[in-house]
Write a new protein. Sequence first.
Length: 419
Amino acid sequence: MAILTLGINHTTAPVAIRERLTFPTDRLKEALRDLVRKVDVEEAAILSTCNRTELYCGAESANSQPLIDWLASHHGLAQETFTPYLYSHTDGDTIRHMFRVACGLDSLILGEAQILGQIKQAYQSASEAGTLGKHLGKLFQYTFAAAKKVRTDTAIGSSPVSVAFAAVRLAQRIFDNLDQQTALLIGAGETIELTARHLHEQGIGEMIIANRTYDKAHALAAQFNGFAISLAELPRHLARTDILVSSTASQLPILGKGSVESALKTRRHKPMLLVDLAVPRDIEPEVEQLADVYLYTIDDLHNVIEEGFKSRREAAHQAEEIIDCEVEHFLAWLRAQGASSTIRDYRQHAESLRDASLAKALQRLKNGTAPDETLHWLAYALTNKLIHTPSTQLRQAGETERHDLIAAARELFKLQGNP
């Protein structure tokens, strides 16, 4: 069986093309069943995210054209609109590609972890749709194991590569336990949402979301067990804030030196981390003059991010070495499957010979033949039947000078001495 991948991603196609080939989650199982029904594939799974759509299939043929035909038909597109952006892999290249994707080595953000969860969802959908067979099922299991090993044995995901992630890492450096800290996030856009998510994952003690539009703040806070306030309420909550992250579109500063100074007095100069991710800045630069305040701007974090990218690039080299080993492990498993049917057939053949000989031996006992004589006859008869065909084939191999077959037989049966 050939294992093949057909896909499109952020490196090969613009979003205008990618969005036309996505599969909504609630229709994915239906699409999978349609795929195996209309295309000559035995197994199938589909990974569909904002950055990539990939079809993983097990089929007798490695020809990807039937998959292209199906994609065009399923999405109602002319093939020429998307085929220039496609890539395809087969067998070992498919395995390597899938491992690299799961480890974040093929992601827009090197080493990002979200893709592994998306691959697990693709596996779950295929499993529920009944389109996941022996080969793809095992490939997914090896993929999860490879990704876990890369995450465990390298620093691929440990360094910050987004301003939100970097802000949370700074907080972890300054405060020993985030579960004892209060975070105040100002804004409700994508950056603040990502910061909230990272803080929540790290077990922040309390989270407050402040925004000019209260409803937006409330909707975001509800996702992470926080609570919302309006911007007018900021002064009332500033004194109990340990970590403040701000990212708004305001043209004027939201937080001034006087407000922070007042909060520090109430806090008895307990340190505060202030991270200003806005341009123009949300926090007056003069705040940096205050003692017990750690103020970082987006420029400061960009330096941290660049260090993070460097660290991840170094870890990626280690990850590739791990993937090389894991690919070989899976290929070894695949090669072993090629012998499985032969082993099964040989076992069935031996068992049929055993059953036939045993039936005759039991009949001899019923006819009055002595047990020890019957046992000797059974051993002799069964041995002759088991070695008859291999002996005949080896004799013919000698006559036709098939020395390779004779050598293979000696290795197979672990025969000692010279042939």
